[in-house]
Design a protein around this ligand. Structure first.
Ligand code: AHM
Ligand code: MG
Length: 280
């Protein structure tokens, strides 16, 4: 596992440089979800693949930017699913973005996730690892220094409601309005990594990306985005659900499957469960 963490650190230093100097324009390609890829998406994906290829313990990888699984080392024991540059369309307005990695064994599905890591590229570069507990490191003078463990409070103050409001179910809208009426503050940048990182570091709250009329299964991808963050939130004393059950019980039939998702501290997640239980 340590060699995977070291590989992620190496990729983070290269991607930081790419973000600072690279072209933010569109490429001529689309990914499997049908998004037009930015040149930064493709370049970050190449950086990570090149580095992972050299790690003997990695059996196979799959990226949000690629159509299928790439087999690396037959004798490796780990499978890694990653989003190389989540929120890449925010780079041109100089907002924070991130890389997300889910580490799996045997098969790419929620039951088999055993660790996750994300990197936030903001004014600072930080890496968070969730293995037995959740640890944050910061890039200083070319090295990642341990800063702190991350543990969520039972209840937070922030609300990060994702997706397009006019596509929300009326009960979802009512729930979000009620949360604001209880004094929660809006914090939503449109980058999943910094938005979820903020909730983790400020003690708690709720991030939601529901199923909507235009996307009944939500937008966020299970293997590359939702399961890795669910793992982090559970290990940090929070929770992650699809509205009705733990995200880490959701079945995956295709590597690019999406799911509605809610991440937060336990109080807010229980509130979502209660509302959603009345709407099967
Ligand atoms: P991407 O993987 O194409 O960058 O999209 C994922 C991003 C997440 O970072 C973020 O939470 C979400 O899309 C925001 O979507 P919306 O603008 O619909 O709220
Ligand atoms: Mg993404």
């Amino acid at each position: 596992m340590q060699e995977i963490i070291e590989a992620i650190k190496e990729s983070a230093i290269k991607i930081k440089h790419l973000i600072q100097t690279g072209d933010t324009g569109k490429s001529e390609q689309e990914n499997s979800t049908g998004d037009t890829q930015l040149k930064l998406d493709i370049a970050s994906d190449e950086i990570i693949e090149e580095i992972f290829k050299k790690v003997p313990s990695i059996k196979a990888i799959v990226s949000e930017e690629q159509d299928s699984i790439v087999n690396l080392n037959e004798n490796g024991q780990y499978l890694i699913a990653y989003d190389p540059l989540d929120g890449s369309s925010l780079v041109d307005v100089n907002l924070s973005v991130g890389s997300i990695f889910g580490i799996y064994k045997n098969e790419f599905n929620a039951k088999n996730i055993i660790a996750s890591v994300y990197v936030v590229f903001g004014p600072r570069v930080e890496m968070v690892t969730a293995i037995d507990d959740v640890k944050m490191y910061r890039l200083q003078n070319g090295e990642f220094k341990f800063i702190q463990n991350i543990v969520l409070n039972e209840k937070g103050k922030l609300n990060a409601p994702g997706s397009t409001q006019n596509c929300w179910a009326p009960f979802h809208k009512e729930m979000i309005d009620d949360i604001f009426n209880d004094g929660y503050r809006l914090r939503y940048s449109g980058g999943m990594v910094p938005d979820l990182h903020q909730i983790l570091l400020k003690g708690g709250g709720l991030f939601s990306y529901p199923g909507t009329t235009d996307r009944p299964k939500g937008k966020l991808r299970q293997l590359f985005e939702v399961f890795p963050f669910a793992y982090v939130y559970e290990k940090a004393n929070g929770a992650a659900i699809d509205g009705h059950k733990r995200v880490l019980e959701v079945e995956t039939t295709h590597i690019h499957d999406t799911t509605p998702c809610f991440f937060g501290s336990k109080t807010e997640i229980n509130r979502v469960l209660e509302v959603y239980s009345k709407h099967a």
